[in-house]
Ligand binder design. Structure first.
Ligand code: 5GP
Ligand code: ZN
Length: 113
């Protein structure tokens, strides 16, 4: 998707604070963090939301979750973190390129649910 902001970030066309990159996924800090550590892991492939995902995406979705621990630890989150996927209008999704938020910090986060 040429006009998708997270596709542009993953392609390096819009600057971001990169946390991790490989051939399939990209991780970068949220521009408006709501926790001391707040980054997102996204597939490089454009998938608009979890409502657009199916079994054909199982490898890249599994890769994102399987990398979360390592990436969280690389950002100092050794005692846990919160993982959020907002989906669709009801789920308060703002950017329609699937992303997994990773949130954490030195103290337990306030309740968000
Ligand atoms: P959601 O779609 O799950 O509600 O959240 C989208 C997130 O993307 C928000 O937390 C917002 O701060 C972040 N965001 C929106 N535009 C940009 C951007 O251009 N760069 C970065 N790094 N984050 C962004
Ligand atoms: Zn995209």
């Amino acid at each position: 998707m040429s006009d998708c902001i997270f596709c542009k970030i993953a392609r390096g066309e819009i600057p971001s604070k990169k946390v991790y990159e490989d051939e399939e996924i990209f991780a970068f800090n949220d521009i408006n963090p709501i926790a001391p550590v707040h980054f997102m892991i996204v597939p490089k492939q454009h998938i608009a939301s979890l409502m657009d995902a199916d079994m054909s995406h199982q490898m890249v979705l599994g890769r994102i979750l399987a990398k979360a621990n390592e990436l969280a630890r690389s950002q100092g989150l050794t005692e846990g973190f919160r993982t959020i996927i907002n989906t669709g209008r009801i789920g308060h999704q703002e950017v329609y390129h699937l992303h997994v938020h990773i949130l954490g910090g030195p103290e337990p986060l306030g309740s968000m649910l």
